[in-house]
Design a protein around this ligand. Structure first.
Ligand code: UDP
Length: 249
């Protein structure tokens, strides 16, 4: 018989597998404007999950007759680098990547004024460089920063996080272990300025009273992440300002 090492997701003292408390987010790092050739770009790290996003457009696309006359189309491609996971990921797009591309597109679309750019396409690419749970939410955070960096008019940034459950305990910002062995994983995306929820998925089960609590916990986490996004955008604008002023001297 194979002996499996027991996985402890939550110690009696309330510590999670990576030492966090139930409501603690992983360290967040965000940088906007990391790719010169893209119209907008961002690199987002939530702990060991690292995602790069690039935006191109609004731009012409062929065949033109397939583009709607009254708005831009948003195309999203979510991919995982072959080296981003423990077992090498095959380079061809998997069903999961195709599904997540759709999920991310639907989470971003309500925040955009696509009608301002008829007959054009906006392409969003998100590439997972390292995966440790929450790659769709990190992709949404990175993509929305990259869209803002590309100067695409938005109602507001889109911010995302996953909350979950280990027994009766709600946890926030799940890592890979918690995603796999926890009792529930609930990714949420929101446009904080309007309060609109643009993504809500559920893997596992969540009793109704815990669901209400999980939503509240998620909103607190989203506020923290949203502030980091705004900070990263501000830093980008300050860098641009410094560059412009430097050139004028
Ligand atoms: N994962 C993996 N290999 C894969 C796909 C996923 O190891 O081919 C891991 C990865 O750490 C990912 C986690 O499983 O973050 C959870 O994946 P899920 O499909 O729930 O999406 P995510 O939480 O990343 O949005």
């Amino acid at each position: 018989m194979e002996l499996k090492e027991e996985i402890i997701l939550l110690t009696p003292e309330g510590k999670r597998s990576d030492g966090r408390r139930w409501d603690e987010l992983r360290p967040i790092r965000m940088r906007v404007g990391v790719l010169k050739r893209a119209d907008g770009s961002a690199l987002v790290e939530m702990g060991n999950t690292k995602v790069l996003a690039a935006v191109y457009g609004p731009r012409e696309s062929h065949p033109r007759h397939l583009l709607p006359p009254d708005r831009a189309i948003l195309r999203v491609a979510y991919r995982m680098a072959t080296f981003s996971v423990e077992e090498r990921k095959k380079p061809q797009p998997s069903r999961r990547e195709i599904e997540l591309s759709k999920v991310i597109k639907e989470a971003l679309e309500p925040a955009l004024y696509l009608e301002e750019f008829p007959r054009t396409a906006i392409d969003v690419y998100t590439l997972v460089l390292q995966a440790d749970g929450g790659t769709r939410t990190a992709s949404i955070n990175a993509a929305s920063l990259a869209l803002a960096d590309a100067g695409i008019p938005m109602k507001g940034l889109v911010t995302a996080v996953a909350v979950g459950r280990i027994g009766d305990q709600i946890i926030v910002d799940l890592n890979d272990l918690e995603d796999k062995y926890g009792d529930a994983d609930m990714p949420i995306a929101m446009v904080p300025v309007t309060g609109e929820i643009t993504l809500l998925q559920m893997d596992g089960t969540m009793p109704p009273d815990l669901f209400e609590e999980a939503l509240k916990v998620a909103k607190r986490a989203l506020e923290i992440i949203y502030n980091e996004q705004k900070k990263a955008l501000r830093e980008r604008y300050l860098r641009i300002k410094d560059e412009v002023l430097g050139e004028e001297k």
